[in-house]
Design a protein around this ligand. Structure first.
Ligand code: ZN
Ligand code: ZN
Length: 191
């Protein structure tokens, strides 16, 4: 999938935002302005405004809508959800080379709130994925106790786990142990 850096970064921001949502045992990790600030910092999101309770509430609402678009049952539904999200965010493409980054396009309007920024850039990044016919790359981890969001950027679209070092590996170990048990006779049928 051909993705420019902006789109890739914006998708990473979307994925990290979705993964702050509570899921099974995993708690909600976007419940305070501090946690919102931590999210902005770890994703190096350039946002100059002060963040408050309003931002928290609005970003949580955007999180919900992005999750809905991410999990949409078909492309038309996803397209409708993304269209309304980016329209409400007042999307305004702007070429910029701020902070020493090469020229790239911001989709959020100057002075946008953080929620509008995430909705515009995240929504447009998902729009590009749909336009490329790659919507099936927006995935949830296949490990039974996980379900974290990720974007499969592998050449053959074969990635199934959010992080191969943890989820994928954990399952490999479980499969290996199961095979060991079988070959050592533990699980062999009685004769
Ligand atoms: Zn930028
Ligand atoms: Zn996982």
């Amino acid at each position: 999938m051909q993705l420019n850096h902006d789109t890739r970064w914006a998708l990473d921001d979307v994925v990290d935002l979705l993964n702050t949502a509570p899921d099974g045992e995993a708690p909600d990790t976007l419940t305070s302005v501090e946690e919102l600030r931590a999210y902005v910092e770890r994703n190096r999101i350039s946002h100059s405004g002060r963040l408050g309770e309003d931002d928290l509430r609005e970003v949580r609402a955007v999180r919900e809508r992005l999750a809905e678009a991410f999990a949409a049952p078909d492309t038309r539904t996803a397209a409708g959800l993304i269209n309304s999200l980016v329209a409400e965010a007042g999307t305004t493409p702007q070429l910029t080379d701020h902070d020493g980054y090469d020229w790239h396009v911001h989709h959020f309007a100057p002075g946008a709130s953080l929620a509008q920024q995430l909705a515009a850039d995240g929504g447009m990044a998902m729009a590009f994925v749909i336009v490329s016919g790659e919507r099936d790359r927006l995935r949830r981890c296949a490990a039974p106790d996980c379900g974290r969001a990720f974007v499969d950027l592998s050449r053959n679209r074969s990635r199934r786990y959010c992080d191969s070092r943890t989820c994928g590996n954990r399952l490999h170990v479980a499969a290996y142990r199961a095979r060991q048990r079988e070959s050592s006779g533990d699980g062999a049928p009685a004769r």
